[in-house]
Design a protein. Structure first.
Lengths: 159, 120
């Protein structure tokens, strides 16, 4: 049994992971409603722009509405990213909990544990944050990987 | 006749965002909530292009690409991965599976439509 096995640390890690899970999904219904409204707004704005040719709607106004609708559509995607980020933190806590519960804490192979946790952070800025806080020498094997080609948000690459 | 695009994502809101973008440009859209559902649809129906998320329950997007490439009618169909994943190793997995391209969320509607126009 780990030294931590007699402490509340494993249970606290499990609790934190569980709370994150709940936090990520309590807004699902509202976000779906909001997304549906924005989707409808995009469709309506495109119809409005098409109607502007008839002279009943000023073209410049229709164009501005389309632009705003598309801006809202991009912003609306925050929830999907939030859910992904929370899932990564939850998985990292679970991995840490398993490592601490598996045996004496002094026998934990930290390089392997950290490499596993870093692998779960699959967004570029998550890994940069990991490296900044945990340190670049924490898991030398994965840091040998060339991160300079990781993609930026919104980027498109055709193979 | 409008081109048919399949959007695959376990997030309802993301599917709505992609669908609204595609409908506004005159495409027809069919939705699937994971790779398994998309594959079952693809076995019975042709589509002109697939846009899929990577992390999904039951079947992930990269496995979906591999499975689609085994279907004769989908051997050359453009498949774009639309995902929050941005690391090189994941992107290489997608390329190896046979994906046509990789788009990192959040997507810009105009950019997505321009990409579709390039690969269709």
């Amino acid at each position: 049994m780990s030294e931590l096995g007699n402490t509340p640390v494993p249970a606290l890690l499990e609790l934190a992971a569980s709370q994150l899970e709940v936090a990520a999904h309590t807004t699902d219904a509202q976000v779906e409603t909001l997304a549906s409204s924005i989707a409808a707004l995009v469709t309506l704005s495109v119809e409005l722009q098409a109607a502007s040719g008839s002279g009943t709607v000023p073209g410049a106004l229709a164009h501005k509405i389309v632009e705003q609708a598309q801006t809202a559509l991009v912003a609306m995607q925050f929830h999907d990213q939030l859910v992904q980020r929370v899932a990564h933190v939850r998985d990292a806590l679970t991995e840490l909990n398993e490592a601490l519960s598996g045996g004496p804490v002094e026998e934990v192979d930290w390089a392997t544990v950290l490499a596993g946790i870093r692998f779960r952070y699959s967004m570029e800025d998550e890994r940069l944050q990991f490296d900044r806080i945990i340190g670049s020498t924490a898991c030398p094997d994965v840091n040998a990987h060339d991160n300079t080609h990781d993609s930026l948000r919104g980027s498109v690459e055709l193979f | 006749m409008a081109r048919m695009i399949m959007t695959v994502d376990d997030s309802t809101s993301m599917r709505q965002m992609v669908k609204a973008t595609l409908l506004s440009a005159g495409y027809d859209v069919v939705e699937a909530s994971d790779g398994q559902e998309a594959l079952e649809y693809a076995r019975e129906n042709p589509v002109d292009l697939v846009i899929t998320d990577v992390n999904m329950p039951r079947m992930d997007g990269i496995t979906l690409v591999s499975e689609l490439r085994l279907l004769p009618s989908y051997r050359l169909t453009p498949v774009l991965l639309l995902t929050t994943e941005s690391t090189m190793e994941k992107k290489m997995e997608g390329k190896k599976a046979g994906a046509t391209g990789w788009i990192v969320k959040p997507f810009n509607p105009a950019q997505l439509l321009a990409t579709l126009a390039r690969v269709l």
